[in-house]
Design a protein around this ligand. Structure first.
Ligand code: ADP
Length: 493
């Protein structure tokens, strides 16, 4: 199975979404970038091995609408108990990487990638997960590594673990499950799992409810579980972040590790960003103030260049602590600052942002929408990014902010803790962190940041510079993934 002459590892990366074909959230960023980065790795970085990574995603209705060059391959049957459902395979390539797409009746002809209907999504993604296994076989391309992501494709790992016992095709395939977001486990899909005749687990290590949900089943059988930051890999073993799986996850501790996500530094490059008024670099940050002025004008805020401009760019979700940010800002109205909040999601949080604008019309603006171009102008023009997440598996916004000289004020959790350095002496830090998910703790950290901004300008500029100079690119993380694959295959190193 392994091309030992050519030393090639076959990896099938299985995900619900992948940029640029389709992107809804962070998973789309990772699945759109990591496979290509793995393919690019020089064999010298991996003891002479090359990675032949391919990607498979569902042929979502929204991809169809884009009219890309996607070619039909073949149809094949997927067994659903006594019935069969026809799956249609397609292929395209993205920068030289084969990308397979799977369509079939469970995917509606129109509609979003993820619906609010758990049964419908269960039908979509369980069909897709199993069809992906059949596709590999139909292609006669036995992967050395099967790399699934989150609940949507986790069941493929559980099903593969059963298949490899009796099907020599998968006998040597090792499995990796990336964990981008533990709380979404695929609940409400038991009837579908049963319909596909996938036996529920009886493993006593899993809580009873977890024996019939895709993510816990995948976590049970994956040869390696990779959380998207080292801190998140540890946090999920605790009651605060473990979502009631912490005791089970502790039994799998040896299989769990964390690798940070990288950032696409071509898209997020302050020296070369067509979206911003005045590009800048670490050696000459003067463009930065022009960006701030432009942003204040755009939002018709007073052009107070010495007043710190705070930005929040986030899904409006409990996870992100938007409520903590708003309450925290209300605690600090005696101190000068201005703020622009950008995001959509939970209507309660959207309204709370709008109410803050209404209460403080001379210093707050709320933009309730998704606006990628505006986000570039905000990162470039803002002085501080507010990110008081309740949990944060990795987080990209803080990395983008640092690259743009915008200092993060963030909760010390998950990937935030792993990417931001808070140095009270102000000599080596890149941001401000706080521990408790409370408005008071957030306000204290913000107060420290505001004071540094006004009273310690040279130190502030030092922090900005260190942030802009940081390398968040995928390279070294891709090497870490590559080494995980080689370890799992137990190849001679
Ligand atoms: P998550 O994936 O949990 O939403 P991340 O910090 O990993 O959080 O990534 C969020 C990404 O989405 C960042 O690139 C951020 O700039 C972007 N983003 C979030 N909300 C908006 C919005 N309303 N408009 C534009 N970009 C947004």
């Amino acid at each position: 199975m392994i091309d030992r002459e050519g030393k090639t590892v076959r990896v099938l990366f299985v995900a619900a979404e992948a940029d640029p074909l389709i992107k809804v959230g962070g998973l789309g960023d990772v699945a759109g970038t990591l496979p290509a980065e793995l393919r690019k790795l020089d064999a010298a970085a991996l003891d002479g091995w090359k990675l032949d990574v391919r990607l498979v995603i569902p042929y979502h209705a929204a991809i169809r609408a884009k009219k890309l060059d996607i070619r039909p391959l073949f149809d094949f049957p997927v067994e659903r108990g006594e019935e069969t459902i026809t799956a249609s395979a397609y292929v395209t390539d993205v920068n030289g990487m084969p990308v397979y797409l799977i369509d079939g009746a469970p995917f509606p002809k129109e509609g979003p990638v993820y619906s609010l209907n758990t049964v419908e999504d269960g039908e979509k993604f369980i069909f897709f997960s199993l069809a992906a296994l059949d596709l590999a076989k139909k292609l006669d391309w036995a992967p050395d590594i099967w790399h699934a992501n989150d609940w949507h494709t986790a069941i493929s790992i559980y099903a593969l673990a059963h298949r490899r016992k009796k099907d020599p095709f998968f006998a040597k395939t090792r499995t990796v499950l990336s964990l981008h977001n533990l709380p979404f486990m695929g609940g409400g899909t038991d009837a579908t799992i049963k319909a596909y005749k996938i036996p529920f687990s009886r493993d006593p290590r899993l809580p009873a409810w977890g024996r019939r949900q895709p993510l816990p089943l995948g976590l049970l059988k994956a040869d390696r579980v990779i959380a998207v930051s080292p801190s998140y890999a540890k946090e999920i073993l605790t009651p605060e972040f473990g979502c009631s799986l912490e005791d089970f996850l502790a039994t799998r501790q040896d299989a769990i590790m964390g690798i940070l996500n990288g950032l696409d530094q071509q898209v997020w490059d302050p020296q070369n960003d067509p979206q911003i008024a005045s590009p800048f670099s670490a050696s000459d940050m003067s463009g930065n103030s022009e960006n701030k002025r432009a942003l204040l004008r755009e939002f018709e805020l007073p052009e107070k260049m010495d007043t710190p401009l705070l930005i929040l760019i986030s899904r409006m979700d409990q996870q992100k602590g938007v409520d903590i940010a708003i309450e925290g800002l209300r605690l600090l109205t005696g101190t000068p600052w201005q703020a622009i909040l950008l995001g959509t999601g939970d209507p309660v949080l959207e309204k709370a942002c709008q109410r803050l604008e209404k209460d403080f019309p001379d210093r707050v603006r709320a933009a309730i929408r998704f606006d990628a171009k505006l986000s570039h102008r905000m990162y470039a023009g803002g002085d501080m990014l507010l990110m008081p997440s309740r949990y944060e598996p990795c987080g990209l916004a803080q990395m983008i902010a640092m690259r743009y000289g915008c200092i993060p004020v963030a909760r010390a959790v998950g990937g935030l803790k792993d990417t931001i350095v808070d140095d009270p002496k102000l000599t080596s830090g890149t941001g401000f962190l706080f521990e408790k998910a409370t408005p008071r703790a957030f306000a204290n950290a913000l107060q420290r940041a505001l004071k540094t901004y006004t009273d310690h300008a040279p130190e502030w500029q030092g922090m900005q510079k260190r942030g802009v100079q940081q390398d968040f690119s995928w390279g070294r993380y891709a090497v870490q993934y590559g080494n995980v694959y080689l370890d799992l295959m137990e190849v001679k190193r």
